[in-house]
Design a protein around this ligand. Structure first.
Ligand code: SF4
Ligand code: SF4
Length: 305
């Protein structure tokens, strides 16, 4: 019965080496209660499917206007307007667009369909300690699907991990962690800045960390760090406290990459609340590593041995 359970998936990425040990296939689910201003995947915020529109790829051909039964696209004198309030996300415009300026993000897939994609890469998993990682978005927003997919992965003989910020119900965190071999737990900011940066209080992610610990799976803490935004001493001190309390097997720094600004526009979202900035460089990463080391925290980069 669970194999026919449907989830809203926006990407499946094979050969990932940054989402847990070894070579992995990462399944990205839609829906996230956080709104981190540095998010690479703003299409993951909404649970519902969406149409991305990249104006730079548009050649003004008008095929979308002809295809749309709801009048959401208008192309006049080479100028294209897309009224999302009229869009029913039927995807006809994306199918008609010759230049990939329009693309659908988010597809309902069953557990069996999703697992079949993942298992295509099974030969690469065993030798590297890799497997399936369920990510997002926030997988706890689709807890039934996440639990079923993790269980199906384990039943198929592959290692099943989940990446979460812990922003969800404790009972969902518990059943997800009990089904996972490894939880990659993103700590986005310290308690002082968490709400300002993510839009939710720190209490739930903090409490759910102990839920994961009780579940007994492997635990890695992941720190997405953005220069000048969340790389504060109080955040690092809090990470040191969490490390001392929960003894994660590994702590990873995930350096900021300057992606995502255009993507926001493609989905009709407002610009981020933080000014554009360059990606974090090696010198910056070395400074963060040293700051954490000084607090007794040994942090590494994803994929680093
Ligand atoms: S997805 Fe469907 S309703 Fe929405 S703009 Fe495209 S054709 Fe129109
Ligand atoms: S079909 Fe694609 S390329 Fe043509 S006007 Fe619409 S968005 Fe632009």
């Amino acid at each position: 019965l669970t194999s026919v359970l449907r989830g809203m998936v926006f990407d499946i990425q094979p050969f990932s080496i940054h989402d847990g040990p070894g070579i992995r296939t990462t399944v990205f689910l839609k829906g996230c209660p956080l709104k981190c201003p540095w998010c690479h995947n703003p299409e993951s915020w909404a649970r519902a499917p969406q149409i991305a529109w990249d104006s730079h790829l548009c050649i003004g051909c008008g095929a979308c206007e002809t295809a749309c039964p709801h009048g959401a696209h208008v192309v006049r004198d080479g100028k294209h307007t897309y009224d999302r309030s009229l869009c029913k996300v039927c995807s006809r415009c994306a199918e008609a667009c010759p230049s990939l300026a329009l693309e659908r993000s988010g597809r309902e897939m069953t557990v069996a369909e999703t697992l079949a994609v993942v298992l295509a890469d099974k030969p690469f998993f065993a030798d590297t300690g890799g497997g399936l990682t369920v990510s997002g978005g926030e997988p706890l927003m689709q807890a039934d699907f996440t639990v079923a997919l993790l269980a199906a992965g384990l039943a198929a003989g592959i290692m099943a991990a989940v990446e979460t910020s812990g922003a969800g119900l404790a009972k969902d965190m518990d059943r997800v962690a009990r089904q996972a071999s490894l939880v990659l737990y993103d700590i986005k900011a310290g308690p002082d800045d968490y709400r300002r940066l993510t839009g939710i209080d720190y209490d739930t992610p903090y409490a759910n960390l102990s839920v994961v610990k009780k579940a007994g799976c492997l635990l890695w803490l992941r720190l997405p760090l953005v220069p000048g935004i969340n790389d504060t001493q109080s955040h690092f001190a809090n990470v040191a406290d969490l490390a001392a309390k929960y003894h994660p097997q590994r702590i990873e720094i995930v350096p900021y990459h300057a992606l995502g600004a255009d993507k926001r526009r493609h989905f009709g979202l407002p610009d981020a609340s933080i000014p554009a900035r360059p990606s974090a460089d090696a010198r910056q990463v070395a400074q963060w590593t040293a700051s954490l080391h000084a607090l007794g925290v040994e942090a590494r980069l994803p994929g680093e041995d």
